[in-house]
Design a protein around this ligand. Structure first.
Ligand code: ATP
Length: 311
């Protein structure tokens, strides 16, 4: 049986050594918020399934091959000739400031629909992970998210607002109706209003409104300032784990993988948040969206003294 199933768009990514407009060296990989979470979970020993459409092209093969190599189940993923595999370009513009450029409009993934994802959720996984990116990709992906959310499966949703894909009003209109179906809601501090009812004005009010709507766990990410998790019974705050920043892209996805891993393992709220801040820190401390995510045996490495050599 599958522990966590997820679906969405996974793209080829190109990381430039310098500035993209100057040309030069680049490194090719793949990334997508949902598949980053799936890889994070698979590395921790959970059975993760990713479903999606990639183009009938070499970068699509790279996406599927990479996920397979990482131990992610791609039984229901397939190529679709209607569009190419999406492309994401990444450059370090200024110190820790990263610029991401997308070429995803009209991609194969934008043609995803309910018939592509529903078979991948039968038999039902222990959890379903959705992101607020998928409904922004087009009417088919939005319908797929709605249909999946309505299944009788515990759902985690990460708001993941992408302002290049849609504005905040459209995002809120699509995401707020999903709230009653969620078991876990994850958002950055500045994204919580896209999921909570329009009347709520502060984080406290937004969290309370979501808990009252039946969301069992609300998790708020605060980047280098850490994270908070709320249930109707408990509130936990955690600072971020201090690490030297190599690449902040993917921290949120790594964080979700850690949180869901803790949930699957039966950890309490504090234990889940602790694991989430550890996996988030791994993503930040290593280059790439997911490449540096920990295996289960590596979770304690952040506690090792600086300068430690593992022999
Ligand atoms: P992204 O969209 O880049 O994946 P996000 O905005 O969704 O990121 P963040 O809030 O930036 O998510 O990061 C998620 C978690 O990762 C944080 O709650 C924190 O635990 C960890 N994290 C983020 N930045 C840092 C940092 N500089 N140092 C240590 N941990 C960090």
């Amino acid at each position: 049986a599958i522990d966590v199933a997820t679906f969405g768009e996974t793209m080829a990514t190109v990381r430039a050594e310098g500035l993209i407009r100057l040309g030069g060296g680049m490194r090719l990989s793949v990334a997508g918020a949902e598949s980053n979470v799936a890889i994070g979970l698979a590395r921790l020993g959970h059975r993760a399934r990713w479903t999606g459409l990639v183009g009938d092209d070499e970068t699509g093969e790279l996406v599927l091959r990479t996920l397979r190599a990482e131990g992610v189940d791609v039984t229901h993923a397939r190529t679709d000739p209607r569009g190419p595999t999406g492309l994401m370009l990444v450059e370090r513009r200024l110190g820790e400031l990263t610029r991401v450029i997308y070429h995803r409009s009209g991609s194969a993934a934008s043609f995803l629909g309910p018939p592509d994802v529903l078979p991948a959720l039968d038999p039902p996984p222990r959890m379903l992970h959705l992101t607020g990116i998928t409904p922004a990709l087009g009417p088919g992906p939005a319908a797929a998210v709605r249909a999946a959310a309505e299944l009788d499966v515990p759902v985690c949703l990460d708001v993941n607002h992408r302002s290049r894909l849609w504005d905040r009003e459209r995002a809120a209109n699509a995401l707020r109706p999903l709230a009653p179906h969620l078991t876990v809601a994850v958002a950055s501090e500045d994204e919580l209003d896209l999921l909570a009812p329009a009347g709520a004005a502060t984080e406290e009010e937004r969290v309370s409104a979501l808990l009252a709507a039946g969301v069992a766990q609300v998790v708020v990410k605060r980047g280098a300032a850490g994270a908070s998790a709320y249930t109707s019974a408990e509130t936990v705050h955690r600072p971020a784990r201090p690490v030297r920043v190599a690449d902040v892209v993917g921290a949120g996805d790594a964080f979700v993988a850690g949180y869901l891993s803790g949930l699957l393992d039966g950890l309490g709220l504090a234990g889940r948040l602790d694991r989430a801040t550890v996996t988030g820190a791994f993503a930040v401390a290593t280059p790439g969206d997911w490449e540096g995510l920990p295996a289960r045996s590596e979770l304690a490495l952040l506690d090792a003294l600086p300068g430690t050599t593992l022999r």
